[in-house]
Ligand binder design. Structure first.
Ligand code: BGC
Length: 472
């Protein structure tokens, strides 16, 4: 899209409304030039993160070395904590990339997210107990424990495959007595209190799990990316490049040439140097549980897009340019406008946007009867916010590809998350961003693969690898 076309949006409304919507288009645009600046900065931040501890983009060694061959076999448990749900799974790895899975979901209440870590771990251990009772055959007396891969999708500074302390919470969690503590040990203690025959064999970031799950079938997969409630990526790095890392002498990963690095890219540019933050982003940040942290994530991920759009709508309402100046209790409430509404609105193909009308008037409770222009404006806002998120994700992906020397090579990127799966045109916009960065030919060589729920399978594979390497 050319610069002129980018700000030439039309709604069936007044001149003032059209002016406002084009103003928003401009505010939410990430120009090609800006995309390049962000990508270059991203590469620079990656380098810093690999070089020393405490960098903004943490670039955490995951202790996952080697690639799955697809021939891994056995029965492994996986836990997935990171967004709205807790998932407990049992995988039967059958080799040749084949597997079967039994799984159960448990809701993580807001009280648990903000309560004490001991209660959260007790809840997780109880969920594992329920799952084992209902779905699994337990090991007999004297038999080996079940090995569990624990997908814990927050920044954990790992020191071993199954050891690591929580650096900080993200995505609305603020559970107490957790930061600075070992997440595997705390869970293992809760499991042991219940005498469950389970060993936490590995801590796994969801991006690392996603990468491994896809690599189980396609060993050449380059990156694992999450574009869901939160966002992050991991990729294979040469151990020689991870300058800050010196393995313990007895560490099994010591001799490996490559290791998966959990980037924690959501923290990128907390210094606010290159991200095109708008006043709506600043407000989301200011009102969040983790102020001034995860700014990249706050512009990209599903937890925040609805909230950014809500703030943009409120601004228009207060100028009497939307909904005749009337809001609603939901719209006036933080998190009162879900990203899922934006998805549905962008998918509304009816001529009069009747589905949008229903969402706005019935679900969101906008008091006045909305006009077509109102609905078109909300749809546009969703489009701008989504496109910007995808373009920023493209700069992250592009940064990793440049750093790894993968530009112009056939590359598979495994992606999971609701935004990528459901948000209209998300993949299209990422590809468009990559095309602007690297040209059509290079962009065409990148394949995005949806790795749905990959992190569970990945965690099971990693638990298997850790177990095989004799880590108990
Ligand atoms: C967390 C990452 C995680 C990502 C996606 C972020 O908030 O810090 O560890 O990979 O969300 O779930």
């Amino acid at each position: 899209m050319t610069a002129a076309a980018a700000y030439n949006h039309q709604v069936d409304g007044t001149e003032a409304q059209n002016k406002a919507i084009n103003g928003l288009a401009q505010e939410f645009d990430v120009t090609t030039e800006r995309l390049r600046t962000i990508t270059n900065q991203f590469v620079e931040e990656m380098r810093k993160g690999l070089d020393h501890e405490g960098a903004t983009v943490a670039m955490i060694p995951s202790y996952v070395t080697g690639r799955p061959t697809g021939e891994e076999v056995g029965r492994y448990l996986a836990l997935d904590l990171g967004g709205t749900n807790l998932r407990v799974c049992e995988f039967e790895l059958k080799g040749k990339g084949d597997y079967s899975v039994k799984q159960q979901k448990f809701v993580v209440s807001d009280a648990l997210k903000t309560g004490d870590m001991r209660d959260l771990c007790d809840y997780i251990a109880d969920s594992v107990d329920t799952f084992l009772t209902e779905h699994c055959t337990l090991p007999g007396e004297g038999e080996e424990k079940l090995q569990l891969g624990y997908t814990f999708s927050f920044p954990v500074l790992q020191t071993e495959i199954n050891r690591g302390v929580l650096k900080q919470w993200t995505k609305g969690f603020s559970t107490k007595n957790a930061v600075g503590k070992d997440v595997a040990l705390t869970l293992q203690e809760a499991i042991s209190r219940r005498n469950l025959p389970v060993n936490v064999a590995a801590i796994v970031n969801d991006t690392v799990g996603t990468l491994m799950a896809y690599a189980y079938s396609f060993p050449d997969t380059v990156m694992g990316v999450i574009l869901g409630t939160g966002t992050n990526a991991s990729y294979y790095e040469k151990t020689a490049n991870i300058k800050k890392w010196s393995p313990a002498e007895n560490d099994v990963s010591a001799g490996s040439d490559e290791m998966v690095v959990n980037m924690e890219w959501g923290a990128f540019d907390c210094e606010r140097e290159v991200l095109p933050l708008t006043m709506y982003d600043n407000k989301v940040n200011r009102q969040s549980r983790n102020i001034h942290q995860q700014l990249f994530e706050k512009m990209i991920s599903g937890m925040y897009l609805g909230e950014i759009a809500r703030n943009a709508m409120l601004q228009l309402i207060d100028q009497y340019l939307l909904f005749n100046g009337e809001s609603s209790p939901a719209l006036n409430t933080q998190w009162g406008f879900e990203t899922a509404y934006l998805t549905a609105i962008e998918n509304d193909k009816t001529a009069d946007l009747s589905e949008t009308k229903q969402i706005l008037e019935e679900t969101v409770g906008v008091a006045s009867s909305t006009t077509l222009a109102d609905r078109q404006m909300v749809k546009k806002i969703g489009e701008f916010v989504g496109r910007r998120a995808a373009r920023l994700a493209a700069s992250g992906i592009g940064g990793v590809m440049s750093h790894c020397g993968k530009v112009g090579q056939e590359s598979i990127i495994a992606i999971d998350g609701s935004l990528f799966e459901f948000y209209p045109k998300f993949e299209h916009h990422i590809r468009e961003g990559l095309t602007e960065l690297f040209g059509q030919e290079a962009a065409n060589k990148v394949r995005f693969a949806l790795a749905r729920d990959g992190s569970g399978l990945g965690a099971a594979i990693i638990a298997m690898m850790a177990h095989k390497h004799g880590k108990h």
